[in-house]
Design a binder for this molecule. Structure first.
Ligand code: C2E
Ligand code: MG
Ligand code: MG
Ligand code: MG
Length: 285
């Protein structure tokens, strides 16, 4: 009896495992097709300045427009793309869409900093720099208008590969942001070893309860001392916004202002923001 029960339990577990493997294999196959069919689109989340409604930049965030499941978020497919070697192709598609879009905005007279995320696999790829350079040239996007976002985990390397990669990006004219700062084992020495322009303060610090605020405040002060531009991520309420403004933060992202959105919606917001600049006073009737 007990033995039979044990065997059933085991076969149940095995079935569970093989189901998961099958689901994974199926997702991998779907992802390959989705990349070939270009089902990925870039959403844009505005980076806000200090003036009400002022958009100073945007972060490109990929979404999968799945034919059955609708819009799928990156957390659901990026890890598998990384694992099975699909991230290079996906990342290149994202960068190309973003660069093309940025070139169009520049042609329309917008001056935005557009940031694009890189994954660990992309960051290790020796073909990355030549590919980025080629895409910038092909789209007509000036490198100065693009910022690449990387995370600290990509910098943990015995050798000088990460530094060389970042220097290569700078040499192309791209700027570099350190993303999610304060989330993991934030290594302060990295801030002077690597050529960052921007430091993105992780939303866990931005959303910290008031008694935990001194840490974020110290990071903002550190940015000032090191001439890094702090960007607050994940600003969800006016209270967080006011506090960070008082600390001297000038750039903000978060649901308080806007969620990541499709390009047309983002452009509507950009144009709305333009008309927010005060009209010259018209003579009273
Ligand atoms: P991230 O680069 O730190 O991007 C910020 C994430 O926080 C985005 O999630 C954004 O939608 C979300 N967010 C923005 N404001 C708020 C807020 O006020 N509250 C909260 N709770 N969340 C907010 P998303 O788009 O799901 O992306 C998740 C992560 O996936 C990104 O984190 C980034 O690491 C990665 N990712 C997204 N797009 C790409 C891409 O094109 N390439 C690569 N390599 N990674 C990407
Ligand atoms: Mg990011
Ligand atoms: Mg982030
Ligand atoms: Mg992240």
């Amino acid at each position: 009896q007990g033995k039979a029960g044990g065997r059933d339990a085991l076969s149940f577990y095995q079935r569970g495992l093989s189901d998961r493997l099958r689901a994974r294999t199926q997702l991998e196959e779907e992802l390959r097709q989705a990349i070939a069919r270009r089902e990925f689109i870039v959403y844009y989340q505005p980076r806000m300045g200090v003036q009400p409604g002022e958009v100073v930049g945007a972060e490109a965030l990929v979404r999968w427009r799945h034919p059955q499941r609708g819009l799928v978020l990156p957390g659901e497919f990026i890890p598998l793309c990384e694992e099975v070697g699909l991230m290079r192709d996906l990342g290149r598609q994202v960068f190309e869409q973003a660069a093309r879009q940025q070139a169009a905005w520049i042609a329309e007279g917008h001056r935005l900093k557009l940031s694009v995320n890189l994954s660990p696999r992309e960051f290790e790829d020796p073909a990355l720099l030549p590919d980025l350079e080629r895409t910038l040239a092909a789209t007509g996007c000036p490198p100065q208008a693009i910022e690449l976002e990387i995370t600290e985990s990509m910098l943990i390397d015995e050798g000088d590969q990460p530094l060389r990669m970042l220097q290569g990006m700078r040499a192309l004219g791209l700027s570099i942001a350190l993303d999610d700062f304060g989330m993991g084992y934030s290594n302060l020495a990295y801030l002077q070893r690597f050529p960052f322009s921007t430091l993105k303060i992780d939303r866990s610090l931005v959303q910290a309860p008031p008694h935990e605020r001194p840490l974020a405040e110290a990071i903002v002060a550190l940015c000032r001392a090191m001439k890094l531009r702090p960007v607050a991520e994940g600003v969800e309420n006016a209270c967080q916004h006011q506090w960070l403004l008082a600390q001297g933060v000038r750039d903000f992202q978060g649901y308080l202002f806007a969620r990541p959105m499709p390009v047309l919606e983002f452009e509507a917001m950009l144009n709305g923001c333009r008309s927010l600049t005060p009209e010259p006073a018209s003579p009273a009737p």
